[in-house]
Ligand binder design. Sequence first.
Ligand SMILES: NC(=O)C1=CN([C@@H]2O[C@H](COP(=O)(O)OP(=O)(O)OC[C@H]3O[C@@H](n4cnc5c(N)ncnc54)[C@H](O)[C@@H]3O)[C@@H](O)[C@H]2O)C=CC1
Ligand SMILES: O=C(O)CCC(=O)C(=O)O
Length: 452
Amino acid sequence: MSEVEQRLENFMDGLKKRNPGEPEFHQAVFEVAASLMPYIVANPTYEDMQILERMTEPDRTISFRVCWEDDEGNIRVNRGFRVQFNNAIGPYKGGCRFHPTVTQSVLKFLGFEQQFKNSLTGLPMGGGKGGANFNPKGKSDREVMRFCQSFMHELFRHIGPDTDVPAGDIGVGSREIGYMFGAYKQLTNRFEGVLTGKGLEFGGSLIRTEATGYGAVYFLQNMLDQKGVDMSGANVVLSGSGNVATHAAEKVNQLGGKVLTMSDSAGFIHDPDGISEEKVNWIKNLKNVRRGRISEYADHFTNASYHEGKRPWSVSCDFALPCATQNEIDISDANELIKNGVRGLAEGANMPTELDAMHAFQAAGVLFGPAKAANAGGVAVSGLEMSQNSARISWKEGELQDLLQNIMKGIHDSCHKYGEGKGKDGDTDYVAGANIAGFVKVADAMLAYGVI
Ligand SMILES: NC(=O)C1=CN([C@@H]2O[C@H](COP(=O)(O)OP(=O)(O)OC[C@H]3O[C@@H](n4cnc5c(N)ncnc54)[C@H](O)[C@@H]3O)[C@@H](O)[C@H]2O)C=CC1
Ligand SMILES: O=C(O)CCC(=O)C(=O)O
């Protein structure tokens, strides 16, 4: 075992002992630590000052009871969280997730990733994440409202425009942000930029809704440009049917690609004619207004097929865009995609690819855009929403579109700079590049503050 491997093993042993029963957090840290360890060994100040040990320990984790009344008058109790990971380069920033699978481990993995992602954007934002094990599925609008108000009843005392600025994630979209902002405003008597992803009427930014999905496709396009490959005419397999997935599908269409699949937690649909922008709009209405299942697509568009309980990775494609949830591509999915000729993948979701699957893509020479870089467009436009709120102005759509494209190009170029020559056959390793580029800014700020 090399010295670097030994240090990595010791580091991970310690981390697992300090954080038992948190597999998602271990997974996210291992991926980062594996690419950072050689860099840290070569730059011993980071090791002397225990920077990685400090960056893997959240500043604080807040856990609280969320009590609400359902439509039948029953009292329901959920658990809410906010993990404030690191504010070395700006206020804590990151979304809130409402999903039954939310645990402290899931939010720690997301908050840990967020500090690197936010650093990559070049904007002054620290990392945090929150949420609750609440299942919005099947709940009435009034129930969702009462839950959001109760959630904010505790969260409001921990956040603020210069302290911590939450936003959306799985299960938290513009409806939930509206209810939470309304509750914050009432509880504090302050109208300020404390949440992002707000409605345009009350301080939201244009293109925030589109930004994560569009950004992921821009990141893929930047990786392809580097190789002189064009996306037009390419077949794209995409998972999810929420905010990130629908806007990624929209952008693929705009760039001349063909989207073949979309999914939800019950199964996927395959449309060999392509899921055009018009069909994507139909899915947006299905998910955001009617709150139905993706299976209904195959009833409506009869050339399409529905595959119950399956993921879309067996469909042959040029590019893959996982945009649903964590660990949705395992090694057998990766092998299937590789066998069918996939050439590039950009992670729209957070940590959608299991570690061995990621290694398989890299070993096969598939261009691999990791989540903390590829899906950073959403939080980047959130950062722009914060700037607009502070200045009490609203920027025009064209300006924001240009800013998003430039930020994604900047993120790509930073990953390329730090990852160049580290991949297969001297290629760029975008995973290592994103981890190192994201780390340096946060680590150097922490060094400047001394030991605190
Ligand atoms: N909304 C945003 O701006 C950002 C979101 N992300 C990540 O993108 C991913 C999707 O988030 P959103 O689109 O915002 O959420 P959303 O709630 O709008 O959509 C989530 C989608 O994932 C599907 N899904 C959930 N669990 C699933 C499972 N077990 N199997 C298959 N599909 C499943 C849902 O059916 C839905 O289509 C998440 O990993 C999130 O953390 C990352 C960066 C920013
Ligand atoms: O816009 C934000 O602050 C949230 C984005 C987010 O949660 C993410 O990047 O995973």
